[in-house]
Each structure stands twice: as structure tokens, then as C-alpha cells.
Design a protein around this ligand. Structure first.
Ligand SMILES: O=C(O)CCCC[C@@H]1SC[C@@H]2NC(=O)N[C@@H]21
Length: 248
């Protein structure tokens, strides 16, 4: 796929260095006229989910899509599944797709290691969002060192497939993400969910979800129409809204 396929009506901002593309998105949001991908070659204060730091060695992709989505926060949250689907398809252009899987809520695994993460941040009210920022970090060429999450040690695309530049990967990702938005507009989350479930790691198998209050081990049955994780245990189905997931 070439950079000519950059989606129409979407801006592209490429920075040498920034604190975090999420912070830059928040600064640009008040003036935002149309969606924009913000990419940075270096981030000095990259952030991950749940307040964790994100390591972003040069050569890896660090980018944020800033947009003004219709609908409220619940709809916005569904976009992490759209981003995961788009990341999966983009990575599959460069590596054997059978080695890829999505992991709830919003990681992409490559040969069992974490190759990409997604972070959503937004501003607005329950009635409507002012803006949404979808941050993606992809280990294209470098594997971050000293990462705590031993359950899913980081890996890189280059280790298993092609060495791709951040610019090339972003062009492909932006086109694939635009396709996800078109599917969402036409067919709703049902189709996004169906696609995501086909790519999900350990579907139908026993996994463990660690929430802030408890740890639940059960069969990974599905995700529901709001993107919640459904785990089946002898006590029934558990609907999990936020957790870290571990495989046995
Ligand atoms: O914890 C995760 O898995 C999500 C990581 C998201 C990292 C990306 S890199 C681009 C954007 N800018 C940031 O500061 N974080 C996100």
C-alpha cells in the first residue's frame, strides 16, 4: 500500500519530537476542524494504559488519531476495537497473519508477545464528546527494554516480519482505520465485533481477568455489544468492563 492511499479529509502531522502525541492531541483539539493523525519520531513522556509509562524507541510508531466523533463516550470506547482491527490488518501486510491476535481490551499480539497497544483519551460529557484521541504505539523495529508485563513480553514486527518505517506503517494504518469507520457507519458495532472476535486470542479458552477488586478465571465466551469481556464460570457469565487479562 502506498502513501497515496492516505484517506481523504484526514490531516497528517509529523513531529520530530513531542512529550506525548496524546498531550499534543489535547492541545490541538480546540482548533480541530477535521480528523488528524499526529505522529512523532520521538516522545519524551509517552503514556500507556492505566497511568503506565510507554517506551517508544526511535523507529517504532507513535501516533494519535484526533477526531470529533458523533455519539457519547460509550460509542467512543468501541473505537479501540476498530483500532485493534486496523492494526491487525496493517501488521498482516508485513508478517504471517496466523502469528497475530488481538487481546482484550486493546492490545495486538505477535507470536504471543505484545507488538502494539492502544490508548483512548477523550473530553466531553455523557451526552456528547468534544474530542477523542486514539493513541497507538507499535513496536516496528525495536523491542522496549525492562518492560514489567512479563505475561506478554514486548516483541517487534521486524523480529518476525518486515522492517517498516513509521511513515509507511502510518499511511497503511490510516487507510485501514478509515475502512473500520466506514464499516461502523454502515453496519454498526456488530460487524466490528464479529471481525475482532475472529482475531481474538484464546477465544473459547480459560483466561484470567484481574480487575481492581478481584480476579476472575473463566472461559472467554465473547465480548458484548458494548465491548465488555464475557467470562463464563461455574457461577454464570461475568461481564467485565475493565481488567488486565492473563492467559494460563
Ligand atoms: O498501554 C498501552 O498498551 C497503550 C500504549 C499507547 C502508546 C501510544 S504511543 C502514541 C501515543 N502517545 C502516547 O503517549 N501514548 C500513545
Amino acid at each position: 500500500m502506498s502513501t497515496d492511499l492516505w484517506p481523504e479529509g484526514v490531516d497528517r502531522i509529523i513531529l520530530d519530537e513531542v512529550d506525548s502525541t496524546m498531550a499534543e492531541a489535547a492541545r490541538l483539539a480546540p482548533e480541530l476542524k477535521r480528523p488528524a493523525w499526529i505522529m512523532a519520531h520521538r516522545q519524551t513522556a509517552a503514556r500507556g494504559r492505566q497511568g503506565r509509562a510507554w517506551q517508544n524507541p526511535e523507529g517504532n510508531l507513535a501516533a494519535t488519531l484526533l477526531m470529533r466523533p458523533l455519539g457519547g463516550p460509550a460509542d467512543a470506547a468501541l473505537r479501540s476495537f476498530m483500532a485493534a482491527n486496523a492494526l491487525f490488518e496493517t501488521l498482516a501486510l508485513h508478517v504471517d497473519r496466523t502469528k497475530l491476535a488481538v487481546k482484550w481490551p486493546n492490545d495486538v499480539l505477535l507470536s504471543g508477545g505484545k507488538v502494539a497497544g492502544i490508548l483512548l483519551e477523550s473530553m466531553g460529557t455523557a451526552q456528547g464528546l468534544d474530542w477523542l484521541a486514539i493513541g497507538v504505539g507499535v513496536n516496528l523495529v525495536a523491542v522496549p527494554e525492562g518492560v514489567q508485563d512479563a505475561a506478554f513480553p514486548p516483541t517487534s514486527l521486524a523480529k518476525h516480519g518486515d522492517a517498516v518505517s513509521p511513515e509507511e506503517f502510518l499511511a497503511e494504518l490510516s487507510a485501514n482505520y478509515a475502512t473500520e469507520e466506514a464499516i461502523f457507519a454502515e453496519l454498526g458495532f456488530a460487524r466490528i465485533r464479529e471481525d475482532w472476535l475472529k482475531r481474538a486470542a484464546r477465544l473459547g479458552e480459560v483466561i484470567t481477568a484481574r480487575t481492581s477488586r478481584e480476579e476472575i478465571t473463566g472461559t472467554f465466551e465473547s465480548i458484548d455489544e458494548a465491548g465488555n469481556l464475557i467470562l463464563r464460570t461455574p457461577k454464570g457469565a461475568h461481564v467485565i468492563t475493565a481488567a488486565d487479562v492473563y492467559f494460563s
